[in-house]
Write a protein that binds this ligand. Sequence first.
Ligand SMILES: [Zn+2]
Length: 637
Amino acid sequence: MLLFFTGGFGTLLDLVFFVKKLITMHIKLAKPFYGLFLLMIGSSGVFAQTGRFQQAADYQMDVNMDVKTNQYTGTQVLVYTNNSPDTLHRVFYHLYYNAFQPGSMMDERSRSIADPDRRVGDRISKLKPEEIGYLRVNSLTMNGKDVDFEEVGTILEVELTEPILPNSDATFEMSFNGQVPLQIRRSGRDSEEGVRYSMSQWYPKMSEYDEQGWHANPYIGREFYGIWGDFDVKITIDKTYVIGGTGYLQNPNEIGHGYEDAGVTVPEPIGENLTWHFKAPQVHDFMWAADPKYRHDKFLMDNGITVHHLYIPEDGATENWEKLMEYTPKAIEFMSEHFGQYPYKQYSVIQGGDGGMEYPMSTLVTGGRNLNSLVGVMIHELGHSWFQGVIATNEALYPWMDEGFTSYAASLTSSAIFRPSENPLRGSYAGYYRLVSSGKEEPMSTHSDHYHTNSAYSAAAYSKGAVFMAQMGYIIGEEARDRGIHRYFNTWRFKHPNVNDYIRIMEKESGLELDWYKEYFVYTTKTIDYGIKAVKAQGDKTEITLERIGLMPMPIDLVITYKDGTSEMVYLPLEIMRGEKAPEDGAPTRVISEDWPWTNLTKTITVNKKSDLIKSIEIDPSKRLADIAQENNKVEF
Ligand SMILES: [Zn+2]
């Protein structure tokens, strides 16, 4: 239905919730009607095509934090909707805080990996009982009946008494308690900068189930994958604490702390605590952070989005945070224009965590940074709202489609709104080239937990992933790639696309076949190296012979510059692309050569000009081709 894809994004979200609620009502009121209803809206885009489905998890949680013991208790009501065609006999929850205990898989992994993350190292092994993290489920029922459950490290395995049938829902009710670990990685208490609570991955969270089955990965400190749903969370905490995070505060005029409406006098709370009530529609996680020292700045953008900054005011840092308020709204605007409309009504940049980490509607970043670094980390983490929050590929399986695409988007955004750069992607290409020369590269199809080294993981996910997107512009043309990014967002938002879904979008947008690009660049570590092998005078003409030295084939833009200052491009399409990219803005006049089959190691082309008129010949002066040996790419006369 056109409406879903052309309307404002707020409208889309509202409509999705409306439809979800209607479906829930129909399940309860009139089951036979449900099939018909699904059929009616099946073509609307809310539900993916056959073979793809989205589970849903709506959470209602009530938690009580004791700021003296750093322990909390909570209740959770989770309405889980099985939209899969499968009958589920088991479910799994993540209990991430159990990773922060001596001897956990995360502890073992970070002590045995060749290049440990310096933030983790052997710190987990040294945590004292009051410093460890834990998350314990004390009782669990499904539809009112007890179920068997067992805690296995960071995963709760649940055997269901009655299965959950396809297209039906189940209500899980639990009580749980936890202890916030000392800040080690992403989450925790009392960070180096003195932030009391960075509460990410803090509640029992249902694992995602998709067309590839369950994704109950034990947590070793890397990536996440979650189910979209509506969160309704009440947090009771000492009244001096200021909270920020995912979700819209429902009782701002009772809470105050800068959330109250203009002109409202907030009543003095009765007792020692305040209960903060948040709602977050259509998100796959819920983070909150709290500290009594937070200063809270907010800014209402013209488009109705409120930006919140929460940080501990300190000499040298406060000024940077104040200046940051110029850039957060600009970044939201730029990214909405170039990568798809930001779908939520707020975004919060919060001091916490141990670097920068993205969450729905928010980010935790360390605060003691210079302006450059603060703006840089904000832009990167905000960029995740598109690729990790809304498109949300399975980050564990395709970390590069999240970190890489986010890095790509962040580089363009930073160049446009903060630090102009002639080649914003230069750093990503350099990172990829370093990875290749390190000899430690692993295919980007490697599950993020299973890379042999941290460095190979980061360079593949961040740098090579960004190069994948930038180089797509070289292969199909920037315009087609940019249209493709919007189409990718509009087609796959809230649906967890994989690499094939992305490639298919770019194929449709460009009219070219691109399976080979995925197969070489994602599934293998084969590299690109083309060279100019020979240039020969042939009377009034010149023969240029190119060679493919690397194992990965690519189309070639060859630019010939003449001594009179003019230049032309000879474009050599790769035969298996089955077509040519459209001419690109700003490129020299183009001559299309015949296709270059990938089996042929050399290709000779003829230019209708005398060789002594030529000043230089160069493969891809735009430097978007990730050619690992550039010294053979250019000859000058
Ligand atoms: Zn990132």
